[in-house]
Design a protein around this ligand. Structure first.
Ligand code: ADP
Ligand code: MG
Ligand code: ZN
Length: 503
């Protein structure tokens, strides 16, 4: 193995070209070509039927909502919408694909030639807009899932046997492919991450998918090549299934470093797929793509062509929600957020989450503090981006509301958020299950107050002698012994009453 060249140095020497292929599972209730349920997490192979299992003689029927969602995605990405197009069969054998072909689109995609403008944080802390060109948006079906059992890594290598779950097979999957993105200079990894972030926000705004990278409903393949200035583009590698925003950035970064090392020492880049490893942030070689696989594509004979009516497309266009970038700009202005403030949030990748928390009813300052404070710390501890945390803006807003209503103290609120992050359900569920309501009942607090006074007689004397500020230490002791559940203002009043000091 050749030594990798540090990112900045690699980019001083080579020009990067990146390309992103993003797969998004649509949130339709039924599958692409049959009526099977699409919900996540069901018992394996319970959401199947003759169509999605590819049994002989079964005939597909197109899911109309999937077509509509794909057209809306295309419109949101400023694409041309085909007047007429067809599905194609992509023929290959793999155990997770029961039909032995994937119904996809090939030379006649539904949407072509668009773009997405993305906010890219610069090295100096400012934010610049970069236009990422979109090649195509097409519709296909997802495959099932293989589970390799018995090995250490979960990969087929070393496994004793494999299991297949076809619940996911046939779920509508939209693929969004960028044109090669050039001119990203010193920031290809940052542009890639900003693009996927923005795309996710657009898709979420359209309501077409739950866009959960950790559950695989949004997945990204990252293409990277390097060339010396003035030379032709280099050979690309394709890092598959990168499953968090942070990993998108890391995948580009590590690939730039690896390729620069090889090129510098006179080695060539092999056109191949690579597997990204979350733990190390590095990728390893997968399947070679030096020889193009022949998928023997041909038009799907069991489906009629799709011919979106112009008037219908115009209607969909008119009904598109505001683009996230427009919404962000409006909201930041309305909220009086300074440019610096919103840039800090863009840099932390939480601007959209903050705004969504505000839209769910939280005051801007509270929303900002959660996402740049406790949630940023939680994300850091887990090695993910705050926006990737398993908590929704509405849930954060609910916690803020509970604090405002006096049902939670700041400390309890953090415990509730931690509970949501740990998968214990909505904030109210966590409050109930963990018994985290504020205790303001004076009888219940009395014992804890007396205990604190007995444990700190010197502090009690100080307060009696007129140093009222010292009561803080006693309040702190009561908060601690009640695990943060006491209402601090009630505790303070009780302490002062007992010490005979007027407030
Ligand atoms: P494949 O099916 O082989 O992955 P696609 O056309 O679906 O091919 O996707 C290829 C992706 O790689 C696109 O996003 C494209 O823009 C990008 N790409 C093409 N050439 C290069 C290159 N030289 N360097 C980096 N990315 C590239
Ligand atoms: Mg590909
Ligand atoms: Zn089915």
């Amino acid at each position: 193995m050749t030594d990798a060249v540090p990112y900045a140095q690699a980019l001083a020497e080579f020009e990067p070209v990146i390309g992103l292929e993003t797969h998004v599972e649509l949130g339709t209730a039924s599958k692409m070509f049959c009526g099977c349920d699409t919900s996540f997490g069901a018992e394996p192979n319970t959401h199947t039927c003759p169509v999605c299992l590819g049994l002989p003689g079964a005939l597909p029927v197109v899911n109309a909502l999937a077509i509509e969602s794909t057209v809306r995605i295309g419109l949101a990405l400023h694409c041309d919408i085909a007047r007429w197009c067809r599905f194609a069969r992509k023929n290959y054998f793999y155990p997770d694909m029961p039909k032995n072909f994937q119904t996809s689109q090939y030379d006649e995609p539904l949407c072509t030639d668009g773009y997405l403008d993305v906010d890219v944080p610069q090295a100096d802390g400012t934010v610049e807009v970069v236009r990422v060109p979109i090649e195509r948006v097409h519709l296909e079906e997802d495959t099932g899932k293989s589970l390799h059992v018995g090995g250490a890594t979960g990969r087929i290598h070393g496994a004793s046997h494999s299991l297949v779950d076809y619940n996911r097979a046939g779920i509508p999957l939209v693929e969004i492919v960028t044109k090669p993105v050039v001119g990203t200079g010193a920031l290809p990894a940052e542009v890639a991450k900003a693009y996927v972030t923005e795309l996710r926000d657009v898709l979420r705004g359209l309501g077409v998918s739950d866009v959960r990278m950790e559950q695989g409903s949004l997945r990204c393949d990252v293409n990277v090549s390097l060339n010396r200035p003035g030379e032709e583009w280099g050979t690309r590698s394709e890092t598959k299934n990168v499953n968090s925003l942070r990993s998108v950035e890391r995948a580009v970064r590590s690939e730039v470093e690896r390729q620069a090392g090889r090129l510098r020492s006179g080695q060539r880049i092999v056109q191949e797929t690579r597997h990204f490893h979350e733990d190390s942030g590095l990728s390893t070689s997968g399947r070679s793509k030096e020889e193009a696989t022949d998928y023997r594509y041909f038009p799907e004979p069991d489906l009629v062509p799709i011919a979106p009516d112009e008037a219908w497309v115009a209607e969909l266009r008119a009904a598109l929600p505001e683009a996230p970038s427009v919404r962000r700009k409006k909201l930041t202005e309305e909220l009086g957020l300074s440019v610096l403030d919103s840039q800090a949030m863009v840099n932390a990748g939480v601007l959209d989450a903050v705004l969504a928390t505000v839209e769910a009813g939280a005051p801007a300052a509270e929303a900002r503090n959660w996402w740049l404070g406790h949630l940023a710390q939680a994300a850091n501890a887990r090695g993910v981006d705050a926006a990737d945390l398993p908590i929704r803006p509405e849930q954060v807003a609910r916690v803020v509301a509970l604090v405002a209503a006096g049902s939670l103290t700041a400390g309890l609120a953090r415990q509730v958020v931690d509970g949501v992050l740990a998968g214990e359900g909505d904030p109210d569920d966590v409050v109930a299950a963990r018994g985290l309501a504020v205790v303001s009942d004076e009888g219940a607090l009395g014992a804890a107050v007396d205990e604190a006074l007995a444990a700190q007689p010197a502090t009690a004397d100080k307060v009696r002698a007129g140093k009222v500020a010292a009561v803080g230490a006693l309040v702190g002791a009561v908060m601690k012994s009640t695990r943060g559940q006491a209402d601090a203002s009630v505790v303070r009043r009780l302490l002062l009453e007992r010490l005979g000091v007027p407030e």
